[in-house]
Design a protein around this ligand. Structure first.
Ligand code: HEM
Length: 402
């Protein structure tokens, strides 16, 4: 069996992927080993160069941009039904997926985002306005988490459950990392209970229910039928459970970028230009949305390797977004040039429907931070701590605002 030696401290340029060539066994790696978790993004860079397709007990990871795009573009072979549980729309494949996506996409139209913008701005201003000046502040837990949770709760009409959502996010990360199925199941059940309470409350209120996206979902039809309760809960779970964490992590990446790239920070203060494009490029360089899962429905090939039917696959967005063959120097800041190949929000039929909302929140966060400060810089002796699987980006970004 070939093996990719992935200790980044030892082998930066010398991964031994023995047995390369056609019909070779897929090289092994250990995505949850200490050295990988300590530097997931650096490991991605090294894996992409030396072992762009690699297998662990969890499945086969694709590291190259071209391989990730090709798999995402072929849902017939790379099915999204990779988990035991139905998730709407995440685990659905075409043709079923198409009708559910149409029902969901209409919640993220430009008009709706414009209507939401002042509320998100108000929340961002409250959060940034309340932060101390000149002393260390953690951008992930003190800006990212509260902004993501409060903006999402406000959008969905879930005011009052913010603390519960934050506690849940923390336990969810821990459960995913622990690989303990019963713990993960308990976390999922706890979340469903939070969501179902919101649905029930609106049912009981009938015509007096607030006019928000949660109430609106109760009357959405797909193929002429109202959504089943389980599907409503699943949609709401996907809008919150997964995406709150991505949003919070994305805020951490963006603030870290600003604090460590004084030139970009200065130029955005002078002329913000296309801030959405700027944020996309920051997230491309350090994509916090690490992987998406697929399962092969038939025997297929990726690069030199044969994949049998039923293989679990991970599309590694963080790696694909740094592929030198597409972006040249992965750390180079070229928002316009890189936009067309940027995979932060995925590609193919499952491309992120929440992108307009995510972009709104992140652009407003940057505008508010730049507008309410004169300078943002890193703070303390160890200001940066990396996040680990299932997320990328940072767990702590300690900054000082002036
Ligand atoms: C910075 C924040 C975010 C990032 C980086 C992100 C990234 C992604 C990516 C890469 C995918 C593709 C997954 C795949 O191919 O399997 C995806 C799908 C999805 N995202 Fe996002 N997302 C973000 C925020 C959001 C938000 C705020 C929402 C909703 C409120 C959302 C809802 C969804 C849903 C429902 C899907 C599944 C779509 C489908 O299966 O058709 N995302 N996202």
């Amino acid at each position: 069996m070939s093996h990719c030696h992935i200790d980044p401290a030892v082998a930066s340029a010398r991964y031994a992927c023995e047995n390369g060539g056609v019909n070779a066994p897929i090289p092994r790696w250990e995505p949850l080993s200490e050295p990988v978790l300590a530097d997931q993004r650096g490991t991605c860079d090294r894996m992409r160069a030396a072992c762009p397709v690699a297998e662990s007990l969890r499945g086969v990871t694709l590291f190259r941009h071209a391989d990730v795009v090709a798999a995402a573009a072929d849902p017939a072979t790379f099915s999204s039904a990779a988990s035991e549980h139905r998730q709407v729309p995440n685990s659905l494949d075409p043709p079923e997926h198409v009708a559910f996506r149409a029902a969901i996409d209409r919640f993220f139209t430009p008009e709706r985002m414009r209507a939401l913008e002042p509320r998100v701005r108000g929340i961002a201003q409250e959060i940034v306005g309340a932060l101390p000046r000149g002393t260390a502040v953690d951008a992930v837990t003190e800006i990212g988490y509260p902004l993501a949770v409060r903006a999402q709760a406000d959008w969905l009409g879930w005011q009052g459950v913010e603390d519960e959502l934050i506690a849940w996010m923390t336990e969810n990360h821990a459960a995913t990392r622990s690989d303990d199925r019963s713990r993960a199941a308990a976390v999922a059940d706890a979340f469903d209970a939070i969501v179902f309470r919101q649905v029930q409350r609106r049912r009981q209120m009938g015509g007096a229910a607030p006019r928000d996206p949660t109430t609106e979902l109760l009357s959405v039809t797909v193929n002429g039928a109202l959504l089943r309760d389980a599907d409503i809960v699943s949609i709401l779970r996907n809008w919150t459970a997964g995406d709150l964490s991505s949003m919070a992590a994305a805020v951490g990446v963006v603030v870290c970028f600003l604090a460590t790239h004084g030139d970009v920070q200065e130029s955005l203060r002078g002329d913000p230009g296309n801030l959405a494009g700027a944020v996309d490029e920051m997230l491309r360089i350090d994509d916090p949305f690490l992987v998406s899962r697929r399962v092969t429905t038939a025997e297929t090939r990726v690069g030199d390797y044969e994949l049998e039917q039923g293989k679990r696959i991970y599309l590694n967005w963080t790696s694909a977004n740094r592929d030198e063959t597409v972006f040249g120097d992965p750390d180079a800041w070229r928002p316009e040039e890189h936009a067309a190949h940027n995979l932060v929000y995925g590609t193919g039929v499952h491309v992120c429907p929440g992108r307009p909302l995510a972009t709104l929140e992140l652009v407003v966060a940057v505008q508010t931070l730049l507008g309410m400060t004169a300078r943002i810089e890193l703070a303390g002796d160890a200001p940066l701590v990396r996040e680990t699987y299932p997320l990328g980006g940072w767990r702590r970004v300690s900054v000082r605002l002036y």
